[in-house]
Design a protein around this ligand. Structure first.
Ligand SMILES: [Zn+2]
Length: 364
């Protein structure tokens, strides 16, 4: 199929759905429709901080900040402390952490004098689950990380009676939304269980599976909110990086989400090779549309290699094979097999769509 490109942003027809609209496409049209202004919304921010403080006034912590070692979540943590919040810092280590990520987190936690809870995933079971996802030829292998991370955060929120989980999500660097065919719904435990069962895993011993039902309980019964403060402040990635480097010995990554060795190998090699997906198109479109990079800078970024150097790529390649116990031929066979959609496996997605429809019709 011929590749159709948007003339305004950097998305193209590898994204589904992709529709050209007047000067742009559905992705930039939606983003510009948000009328996002990257400025501090002081009174909203003050109100929000007051709400968090009062909800947690008699608790040990008033919020959770999940950190990955990346710039977005690192800045949320700094901001939370500056605003006088008392966060419990949560990090999940799926055994693919880059040393850079670990160092970034350690420096932040030490300097801000906050408490860090690290959950280290049991590698043997996690590895088996990752293998099941590879064998299933589905796109969203990172769904395992995201699902477990949600589980750890919400479990701690329930344990300590915390009502707010602050994430690093933000419009300023992530506003162009993820195309439907580039990932899967993270709370689809039925999908995870079905894919795992093909590998003989019927019971999870250590993997902290976050179920759709638990997510409904957390939202409607426990009333725990997953939210972000970055959209309420002025958030310029380059400024923030310089600030973190100067004050918290922060080390930057060449691209977004490169804090985990698997994530960078997945985004930099597996996704483009096997699935014809380059997530940089989305990230760079956001930076361009929000005025953080010029058109020529955006072009340069997209043209540049996904890896800072061939040596870095070779190191990750070797690390991946060793960690997964794969030979080079295993990897080549995997890459050559066609993709199978997540919806070829059992899924709660139809149920979720039905429930969301009911909710919109009768409750909201
Ligand atoms: Zn566009």
């Amino acid at each position: 199929m011929k590749l159709i490109k948007c003339n305004r942003c950097f998305m193209d027809s590898t994204a589904v759905p992709f529709v050209l609209i007047e000067e742009g496409c559905n992705y930039c049209e939606d983003f510009l429709g948000l009328e996002f202004k990257n400025v501090e919304r002081k009174s909203e921010l003050d109100d929000f901080v007051k709400t968090i403080k009062s909800a947690g006034s008699n608790k040990q912590y008033d919020c959770i900040v999940g950190v990955s070692g990346g710039v977005d979540s690192s800045y949320v943590l700094v901001k939370a402390v500056q605003l006088g919040l008392r966060p419990l810092v949560v990090h999940m280590d799926n055994c693919w952490n880059s040393e850079l990520a670990q160092n970034n987190i350690n420096h932040l936690v030490e300097k801000l004098d906050v408490e860090l809870y690290t959950h280290v995933i049991d590698w043997a079971e996690y590895k088996l689950l990752m293998q099941a996802f590879f064998d299933a030829d589905v796109i969203d292998v990172e769904m395992l990380y995201d699902n477990a991370m949600l589980s750890i955060n919400f479990n701690l929120a329930r344990k300590y009676g915390i009502k707010y989980i602050l994430s690093g999500e933000n419009i300023s660097t992530e506003g162009v939304r993820m195309p439907q065919n580039w990932n899967w719904w993270k709370m689809d435990d039925k999908n995870i269980r079905d894919i795992a069962s093909k590998k003989g895993v019927r019971k999870f011993v250590s993997f902290p599976l976050y179920t759709f039902w638990q997510s409904l309980m957390d939202r409607f019964i426990y009333r725990i909110k997953w939210t972000s403060i970055l959209d309420l402040i002025h958030y310029d990635k380059e400024e923030v990086l310089l600030f973190l480097e100067k004050n918290y010995s922060y080390k930057r990554y060449p691209y977004k989400h490169y804090e985990s060795i698997f994530t960078r190998f997945y985004q930099g090699f597996i996704l483009p090779k096997k699935f014809n997906v380059d997530k940089r198109k989305m990230h760079i479109s956001t930076l361009y549309l929000s005025g953080q990079v010029s058109r020529s800078e955006a072009h340069e970024l997209l043209k540049s290699d996904r890896y800072p150097s061939e040596t870095d790529f070779k190191a990750d390649y070797a690390f991946f094979l060793k960690k997964m116990n794969w030979t080079e031929s295993d990897l080549n066979i995997y890459l050559a097999r066609p993709e199978i959609s997540h919806n070829k496996y059992k899924s709660y997605l139809p149920l979720k769509i039905f429930l969301v429809g009911l909710y919109r019709k009768f409750i909201r």
